[in-house]
Design a protein around this ligand. Structure first.
Ligand code: SF4
Length: 114
């Protein structure tokens, strides 16, 4: 039996999962989906900031467009750390395409004009 806390919403249900991936303790179906994914193929959104070429004192907030496999979090962070963007940039602009071959883009979460 595994114990997990569902992080899908702020309610934070305490989940129990048996060896057959039967889930209890979830208030809604998303908890069961979360627990099964977490125990078979865990994924996470990655949020961070990247450097801006012309504005050294300011950084652009970014995030992965979709969750990436948990084992790719540090490689993704390494790519983000190496990235420098040029402004202007809009919300949703792709900052890193297909980061680490994950099939997921890193996108801007803020508009910066100059
Ligand atoms: S099981 Fe449902 S209600 Fe409970 S934390 Fe997860 S998403 Fe929220």
């Amino acid at each position: 039996m595994k114990e997990l806390i569902c992080i899908t919403c702020p309610r934070g249900c305490h989940l129990s999962v048996d060896d057959n991936l039967n889930v209890t303790g979830n208030f809604c179906p998303r908890g069961a989906m979360y627990a099964k994914a977490e125990l078979t193929h865990p994924v996470r959104m990655v949020t961070s900031t990247v450097a801006i070429a012309s504005i050294s004192e300011c950084r652009l907030p970014v995030k992965t467009k979709e969750p990436v496999p948990k084992e790719l979090i540090f490689p993704v962070m390494d790519e983000i750390r190496k990235t420098v963007v040029k402004v202007p940039v809009k919300i949703g602009d792709v900052v890193i395409k297909n980061v680490c071959g994950s099939g997921v883009d890193v996108i801007s979460t803020k508009e910066i004009k100059e």
